[in-house]
Design a protein around this ligand. Structure first.
Ligand code: AKG
Length: 212
């Protein structure tokens, strides 16, 4: 059975698509296991902002490009700046799952070249921000959620605009595209102890992007 679009909240801004529970449990497990493999080559670590701040989420990447932040600022790189090695290849399970998720949406032709993976320990957050290091803002951002539930904030086009709160849970996909591609967004809260996946504490997000 395909996605049941009529079950999704009707009050989300145009361009935001929340595909609730679209990933079967065994798919979620496979993605979490593949993430573990990626992190054996490119380990999770807390990136720093240019000004020396530290992200409370841990990050790594796979794909042709990875997003990184350090004393040189935000950017996409071919290599992991920590090791000097290329980012690991995108696992087949990621690509296959993304294709399944996007089938039947307006973004079935999306071909990302970067996957930023965030791991949020129970106390981590991510402040409101826009994703604007990519070359073409007509390309969406697609995020798969695994593990603990979280409050995802969707704001406006200025940081000070009001945001709405969306509960994202393990197995959900969220698309930010079209008119909503440049909305501020962030993670306000992780719900500790809610991960349904054995061996995964906290929350993982797989963030597919077209960097170039
Ligand atoms: O973890 C998420 O769901 C959002 C992550 C995010 O906004 C980002 O990495 O830019």
């Amino acid at each position: 059975m395909g996605p049941m679009y009529d079950l999704f909240p009707a009050n989300l801004p145009s361009g935001i698509v929340h595909l609730k529970s679209i990933l079967a449990k065994d798919t979620q497990d496979a993605l979490a296991r593949a993430t573990k493999q990626v992190s054996k080559t490119a380990e999770f670590s807390h990136a720093r902002t240019k000004s020396g701040g530290i992200y409370s989420a841990e990050m790594t990447n796979c794909g042709e490009f990875g997003w990184w932040s350090d004393s040189q600022g935000y950017r996409y790189t071919h290599i992991d700046p920590r090791s000097g090695q290329p980012w690991p290849k995108v696992p087949k399970s990621f690509t296959e799952t993304l294709t399944m998720v996007l089938a039947g949406t307006d973004h079935s032709d999306f071909r990302p070249d970067a996957c930023l993976i965030n791991h949020y320990p129970d106390t981590a957050k991510m402040g409101l921000h826009q994703d604007k290091d990519e070359a073409d803002f007509s390309q969406p951002i697609v995020t798969l959620s695994l593990g603990a539930a979280a409050d995802f904030l969707i704001g406006g086009f200025k940081r000070s605009d009001k945001s709405i709160k969306l509960l994202v849970e393990s197995g959900d996909a969220l698309i930010m595209g079209g008119k909503s591609r440049m909305r501020f967004h962030g993670i306000r809260k992780i719900y500790p102890g809610t991960s349904p996946l054995p061996g995964l504490d906290g929350r993982l997000s797989l963030n597919f992007r077209k960097a170039t």
